[in-house]
Ligand binder design. Structure first.
Ligand code: 4NP
Length: 148
């Protein structure tokens, strides 16, 4: 799960999918990263942590890191939250196999539409709830489609 800062969108996507993997006893590694390094080592944004807690997905334990080329080797699917993240990840791809791993996460819930998870960082609390809800649906689809 990849966004810009790895403190808002990708940590909750990560936390949601991790929780669902555990609940379903699935053998899948889930992680998240940011394309930028501004927040490396930080816990998720307090507003995202509060929303996660409110709806049953605590993410206090996560720490931000930057996406790296080695992630293409470590993971089968790399989900971008928006088009900017998508393009920045693709710039690091070494070959067609790397490129093929990169997907827009909301295409799992809204196929072919290339919808973006809006960055909630500069907005109000409702933005965090909206992000949670869209990623809750998308991660349900990921579990159904790839992991069961
Ligand atoms: P995220 O949100 O990409 O969902 O983690 C952001 C967090 C921090 C910044 C931008 C977006 N920032 O500019 O510091």
């Amino acid at each position: 799960m990849v966004c810009l800062g790895n403190i808002c969108r990708s940590p909750i996507a990560d936390g949601l999918l991790r929780r669902k993997v555990e609940e379903n006893n699935l053998d899948t590694v889930v992680d998240s990263a940011g394309t930028a390094a501004y927040h490396v080592g930080e816990a998720p944004d307090p507003r995202m942590r509060a929303t996660g807690k409110q709806f049953g997905t605590p993410i206090d334990f996560l720490r931000a890191r930057q996406f790296e080329v080695a992630d293409f080797d470590a993971f089968d699917i790399i989900y971008a939250m928006d088009k900017s993240n998508y393009n920045n990840i693709l710039k690091l791809a070494r070959n067609a196999a790397d490129e093929a791993k990169v997907k827009m996460i909301l295409n799992e819930s809204n196929p072919g539409m290339d919808l973006e998870v809006p960055d909630p960082y500069y907005g109000g609390d409702q933005g965090f709830v909206d992000v949670y809800n869209m990623l809750d649906i998308a991660t349900d689809k990921i579990v159904e489609k790839y992991l069961k």
